[in-house]
Design a protein around this ligand. Structure first.
Ligand SMILES: [Mn+2]
Length: 312
């Protein structure tokens, strides 16, 4: 099954220009093949001329080839020479390696929030090198940070005070976090923008299980209506393919449980989950081919073998 790469991060943003009109701060959340790019850009100064530089930076970060951090930053530097220049942080969130690769030039503030097993939050600052992209490019330092689903990344321009992360709760809704930071920590001396993103690789797994559960419920419904061996065989094949995709036996048990509960009242004669379960188990005991058992048997002999291995 294709991974769902557009939902590796959930995010929210809050911003406010210093003067009414254009802000010189900008952000980007861009799904890439295998990663999601996050960026916050602050055009030097504020207002329209800063906005021109920030927009140009986002154009450059929209190029097709932004997979390599150093090459990307160099291209931004070249492309921003005719502008005031920007400070920026760019991060690539990569679920295949549970890592965030990031690079910062100038004073966009960044923090990576992680909730430990004991419920305490650790805050790791993402500090880059001084400089201005478009004018003075420092020696570029690419950093890779390990991340786990649930970790929150906050990027804020210097229109936000540096103590913004002191009392953040990464469990709050992201929009709430972004709004709270903007409301409580604006300096009032510059454009202000804060981007808050939560890494959620597990959405891919959840989405996949939800799709399998849906297939299972449909297969079971067809079988409860038709009651023949063909529809049961279909369910059997579904179970085998799910197990081949790496779905665990406990997950399969939960999927079946949900599928049974999803039957009411769509199948004729099924008033409740107990009816569905009773009718289903009587057929399974007759034909004895339901997917969990398939797991314990060789593909070529679905009618034989022991079920103990899968149930232990
Ligand atoms: Mn600024």
């Amino acid at each position: 099954m294709e991974p769902i790469t557009t939902q590796q991060v959930e995010w929210a943003v809050a911003s406010c220009p210093l003067d009414p009109g254009e802000s010189g701060d900008a952000f980007m959340v861009r799904p890439l093949p295998g990663a999601t790019l996050l960026s916050v850009v602050d055009g030097l100064g504020h207002g329209p001329a800063a906005a021109v530089a920030a927009r140009r930076a986002l154009d450059l970060l929209s190029a097709p080839d932004v997979g390599d951090p150093v090459a990307t930053l160099r291209r931004c530097h070249e492309g921003l020479k005719a502008t005031r220049g920007v400070v920026l942080t760019v991060a690539w969130v990569d679920p295949s390696s549970d890592a965030m690769t990031w690079l910062a030039v100038g004073n966009v503030q960044g923090v990576l929030l992680h909730v430990n097993g004991d419920g305490a939050t650790t805050r790791r600052p993402l500090v880059g090198s001084g400089g201005v992209v478009g004018h003075l490019l420092p020696r570029l330092r690419v950093t890779q940070s390990a991340i786990v689903p649930g970790d929150v990344i906050v990027l804020a321009t210097d229109g936000i005070r540096a103590d913004f992360a002191d009392h953040l709760d990464p469990g709050d809704s992201l929009q709430q976090v972004a709004d709270t930071i903007l409301a409580g920590h604006r300096t009032g001396a510059d454009d202000a923008l804060v981007l808050v993103a939560r890494y959620q690789r597990e959405i891919e797994v959840n989405h996949r299980l939800a799709a399998i559960e849906d297939r299972c419920a449909r297969a079971l419904r067809r079988h409860l209506v038709a009651g023949d061996e063909l529809t049961l065989h279909e369910a059997y094949e579904f179970g085998r393919s799910a197990l081949d995709e790496g779905v665990g036996v406990m997950d399969m048990a939960l999927i079946l449980w949900h599928a049974v509960h999803a039957q009411r009242p769509t199948s004729p004669g099924i008033r409740n989950a107990r009816d569905a379960s009773r009718r289903f188990s009587s057929r399974v005991s007759r034909l004895s081919r339901w997917p969990i058992e398939a797991h314990a048997r060789p593909a070529t002999s679905p009618g034989g073998g022991s079920t103990n291995a899968a149930r232990s």
